[in-house]
Design a binder for this molecule. Sequence first.
Ligand code: HEC
Length: 157
Amino acid sequence: MTPAPGPSFRFHRLLPGILLGLGLAATGTVSLVLAAEPPPSQRSVLDGVFSSAQISRGKKGYESLCARCHGDALGGGEDSPALVEADFLNNWYGKTIGALVEYTREEMPSDGPGDLTRKESTDITAFVLSSNDFPTGSAELAPELKVLNQILITPRK
Ligand code: HEC
């Protein structure tokens, strides 16, 4: 005689439905997260991420703090590398603007680093990037690491 179906038997019949439900819930969560936060790679230095007013401020900062080593036209000096063209850009392609802003803030000027605020460093970096022919936009580049760390430095098309 066959034993009467017990609780475990019923659970097995329910299992596919439970799994399907969980699967749908998980899929729903994933698409909500994707909709709320676009992947970081979506913004790059090609999107016009700094403004012309910001470049002017950055240029002044560059002239007073950086030009004596890196040159008026950013072409480099005796012991200082150029901040334009291939040698410079190849060091930074694939990294974020945040990495460049923080490198500048922490390491430059090389003979007395650590005095730049993040805002000054962001403005000067905007000027350096614009000198590499990356496009100007209408909005300022916010001096916030959370934002800066999401904007990729990628080759011009
Ligand atoms: C006293 C000279 C001096 C001054 C002033 C100076 N730098 Fe530098 N900078 C250097 C040297 C030397 C290096 C190379 C450092 C190394 O290789 O470790 C360098 C490297 C850099 C790099 C990395 C270059 C690359 O190819 O990756 C950046 C960016 C930079 N400097 C930006 C600045 C900015 C912006 C300022 C002004 C706030 C500044 N520097 C001021 C000497 C200077």
